[in-house]
Design a binder for this molecule. Structure first.
Ligand code: FES
Ligand code: FES
Length: 131
């Protein structure tokens, strides 16, 4: 079963969904993983409290980029409040494989970037527990 999830992660990494920028984005947020320097930018177009378009750009490991790609698919069409309710478990469920402590920062880079964008704040680096 894990194999299917691994395949899916690699597929998202190789063919990221919603990759790019939104010129007229309502929210643009850039974050990085201080451990490795991997980067992620998320662009959200919000209309009437709903996310009508989402794109991301980044450079990094398979887990970080796949999680951003999967998250982008989940976000499309959601209300801002629904997006704010996304948490660590949302990401782990999307990835679907056990994520050890070393990879957790990779997995949660997308969520950290999303939350920082939605709340307009930068979360401190060791704040995964609050996600
Ligand atoms: Fe290698 Fe995150 S994937 S440290
Ligand atoms: Fe940098 Fe995974 S190794 S985010």
């Amino acid at each position: 079963m894990d194999d299917l999830y691994r395949e899916n992660i690699l597929d998202h990494y190789r063919h990221p969904r919603n990759y790019g920028e939104i010129e007229q984005a309502t929210i643009v947020q850039h974050e990085h993983n201080p451990l490795c320097g991997d980067q992620l930018s998320i662009y959200l177009l919000v209309e009437n409290e709903r996310i009508v378009d989402v794109k991301f750009k980044g450079k990094g490991c398979a887990i970080s980029q796949a999680s951003a790609s999967m998250l982008s698919e989940e976000l499309a069409g959601k209300s801002v409040d629904e997006a704010k309710a996304f948490d660590k478990q949302t990401i782990l469920d999307l990835l679907g494989i056990p994520i050890g402590p070393v990879r957790l920062k990779c997995a949660l880079l997308s969520l950290k970037t999303l939350k920082a964008g939605l709340y307009g704040v930068n979360l401190v680096d060791d704040d995964e527990d609050s996600l």
